[in-house]
Design a protein around this ligand. Structure first.
Ligand SMILES: NC(=O)c1ccc[n+]([C@@H]2O[C@H](COP(=O)([O-])OP(=O)(O)OC[C@H]3O[C@@H](n4cnc5c(N)ncnc54)[C@H](OP(=O)(O)O)[C@@H]3O)[C@@H](O)[C@H]2O)c1
Length: 325
């Protein structure tokens, strides 16, 4: 495994991370035992960058990661997120009030069974709380030794600039993949100027870009992806054609579509770290092997056309309203 710096303050993580969300939540049937096996295997093969959040489950995913970390804490870089009011198991709007930030940090530490969070992100920018106040509270957690590095998720350039005046932000986590490139024009240049690393979430399109999802009916009733506009009937068939292109490139290299999607991100810059999510050892091994796949100029040209031909927004309007651009 290769390792990459996120920011310029010493945070080094595996070039391919592991998104832990689907082990407990959102996609398909959770599988705690296989999830824990997957985290153990990840740490054994040097995939040390584990991504979770308070809201995944809610709470269950941090607890699962905590169980998996027992006796292996020193091998992992643990990233988690705060930022929502949670009522009856559902996120009810943003909450980045300084008091809330500190309370959530304490609770996350307990669930994870660790005494310091390596990377603590704000999950969504809270329009009610000036970012300086939120980052101020986050930086007090650093001073107290409870957090090592700070991150934001789906923040735009203005927020990033204001946040960095308060405390260095090491990572910006945003959706970034072959079919979602909305941060390239303004956000990545700004992040680079501010020495903020990019953590690419949903790098395989929440599963779509792997070619494994062939029809809307394959998706279980309670699966989050049923609400993703790109998966809706009018878009699904069009988007499947994009996956065919991806498969063409994969066949040429004796690789899988998922590996091509991940390798493409890795080749965009050393400051980009994809965190493909899975609950299975099999996919973890496949995804982490993408770092040795080298795409050529022809592949890149072909893949470059993909996002422009994608059909459907990445979130429904209510969720889209929480994304800064
Ligand atoms: N900051 C944010 O707002 C935000 C939002 C979403 C996600 N995230 C984080 O980013 C991580 C990754 O994103 P994501 O999970 O949404 O999307 P993703 O990584 O693009 O896709 C995950 C889905 O693809 C499937 N999959 C993964 N590798 C595969 C392979 N090689 N072949 C076939 N299927 C494969 C997984 O299946 P199985 O689950 O069945 O293994 C899962 O259903 C999450 O786990 C989470 O930690 C952050």
């Amino acid at each position: 495994m290769e390792y990459r710096d996120l920011g310029n303050k010493g945070l080094k993580v595996s070039a391919v991370g592991l998104g832990c969300m689907s082990m407990s939540w959102a996609y398909g049937t959770p599988d705690e035992a296989e999830g824990i096996r997957t985290i153990h295997r990840a740490l054994d093969i040097g995939v040390n960058f584990l991504d979770t959040a308070e809201i995944y489950g809610p709470y269950k995913n941090e607890e699962l990661v905590g169980k998996a970390l027992k006796g292996r804490r020193d091998k992992a870089i643990v990233a988690t997120k705060f930022g929502f009011n949670i009522e009856n198991g559902v996120a009810r709007g943003a909450n980045s009030h300084p008091k809330h930030v500190k309370e959530v940090a304490e609770q996350s530490l307990k669930r994870l069974g660790i005494d310091c969070i390596d990377l603590f992100y704000q999950h969504r920018v809270d329009p009610k709380i000036p970012i300086e106040e939120t980052v101020g509270a986050m930086s007090e957690l650093v001073e107290a030794g409870k957090v090592r590095y700070l991150g934001l998720s789906e923040a735009g350039p203005e927020t990033l600039k204001r946040a960095c005046k308060e405390h260095q932000i090491s990572a910006l986590q945003s959706e970034y993949s072959l079919w979602e490139r909305g941060l390239e024009e303004r956000i990545i240049p700004c992040a680079r100027e501010l020495n903020i690393g990019i953590v690419a979430y949903s790098p395989v399109g929440r599963g779509f870009l792997t070619g494994e999802i062939k029809s809307f009916d394959d998706i279980p009733e309670d699966d989050y992806r049923r609400s993703d506009p790109r998966y809706q009937a009018e878009n699904f068939a069009k988007n499947l054609k994009l996956v065919d292109l991806l498969k063409e490139v994969a066949v040429k290299h004796g690789a899988t579509a998922a590996q091509v999607a991940i390798a493409w991100l890795l080749m965009l810059g050393n400051d980009i770290v994809p965190i493909p999510g899975t609950k299975r050892v099999k996919y973890l091994e496949e995804n982490s092997a993408a770092f040795s796949l080298r795409l050529d100029r022809d592949d890149l040209e072909l893949l470059d056309t993909l996002a422009k031909r994608k059909s459907g927004e990445r979130y429904e309007p209510r969720r889209m309203a929480m994304i800064e651009r």
